[in-house]
Design a protein around this ligand. Structure first.
Ligand code: IDC
Length: 332
């Protein structure tokens, strides 16, 4: 073989720098999987292979709630590079103080900041209408998702989550399903194919009710299943199995290592049981939450500065566990 010249060495160094699209040398998740869709009860990638994504959920975006300070591009880069996340969830707070209803421009801007950062890092981005009463604001929801769809609907990165958590007394048939159909019709006029996730009754737990009476006539619809390991166990997985068996695709758009109130001890055993379940059924999941609030579900300790730069010392007990789970999950 001919000895490489200085010129040819330089050429190869430059070439490998160009084809290595991310800092960590790994391909961008969206380059790897492309356009997602739902086949049967499974999320699949552009090649039709089952895919289960994993990453963090940001906190309520509301002004003055603290979690909004984490809505910056470096946070997204951190989760991509340090946690190996391939998805993020942007939780746009809707109705309490400082949310979208009161401050639409500020919250819309926060959504764009994280979406743009997600696109730059090649991540999937769930855009979540973080509400417990979304049926009271259908016009605002439609206007919000229309803007998002018009701006980003042609990108494979975007996933719409149209209703975080309807309450226990918000009826699937009477209220949630009609709201969902209205929103799906609105989004589908602009974006024909990206995944739309529908929240389910009782804080996104009654997936069995949705399974008995699913939304028909639209493609690429999935349903939200939320769990908090300290509170929810086998009983909730049973509902999930019922839903999967009747053909519903589930996405755990939010889960916690602790109790459903966002606080309490980390329940390691229950987290383990849930992760086996998610792995067995190839279900994507986002951990609550990227925040430094003094509650145990926050990934960061209360002393942590929202702007970064973060090391493992900045992670709470829950944050350390979530990082371990997510970074191992996404190792292919
Ligand atoms: C919680 C926050 C908490 C905040 C509360 C306001 O952790 O700091 O005071 O919202 O309602 C959910 C919700 C999510 C909750 C979380 C923990 O989607 O908004 O966040 N949780 O209670 N569903 C189950 C648990």
């Amino acid at each position: 073989m001919k000895k490489p010249t200085l010129f040819s060495l330089l050429f190869y160094v430059l070439l490998s720098a160009c084809i290595s699209p991310s800092n960590s040398g790994l391909p961008h998740p969206v380059d790897l999987h492309g356009q997602l869709s739902i086949r049967g009860n499974q999320l699949v990638n552009a090649k039709g292979e089952a895919v289960a994504l994993s990453g963090p959920s940001f906190f309520w975006s509301n002004t003055g709630w603290g979690g909004n300070a984490f809505y910056h591009p470096k946070a997204v880069k951190y989760f991509k590079n340090e946690w190996n996340a391939n998805i993020i969830r942007v939780a746009i707070g809707v109705e309490p103080s400082g949310g979208y209803i009161e401050e639409p421009d500020e919250n819309y801007k926060r959504a764009l900041t994280l979406i743009n950062a997600g696109l730059k890092q090649g991540l999937y981005v769930i855009v979540d209408w973080h509400s417990h009463h979304a049926q009271d604001y259908p016009e605002e929801a439609k206007a919000f998702f229309s803007k998002i769809a018009a701006r980003y609907g042609d990108k494979p990165n975007i996933i719409y989550e149209i209703y975080n958590e309807p309450l226990r007394d918000t009826d699937w048939q009477k209220t949630i399903k009609p709201y969902a159909i209205e929103l799906i019709q609105t989004i589908r006029k602009i974006d024909p194919d990206n995944i739309i996730i529908v929240g389910t009754q009782s804080w996104s737990q009654d997936v069995d009710k949705a399974a008995a009476n699913p939304i028909e006539g639209f493609d690429n619809i999935a349903y939200a299943l939320h769990f908090y390991a300290g509170t929810h166990k086998e009983k909730l997985r049973k509902k999930a199995r019922t839903a999967l068996q009747s053909g519903l695709a589930l996405v755990v758009t939010e889960w916690g290592t602790v109790n459903a109130d966002g606080d309490g001890p980390v329940d390691y055993q229950s987290v383990d049981e849930w992760m086996s379940f998610l792995s067995e059924h190839k279900i994507s999941h986002c951990n609550w939450s990227a925040n430094n609030k003094n509650e145990s579900s926050s990934m960061f300790t209360p002393e942590t500065r929202p702007k970064g730069k973060w090391a493992d010392d900045n992670l709470s007990e829950s944050g350390k566990l979530a990082k371990k789970i997510i970074s191992e999950w996404n190792k292919q």
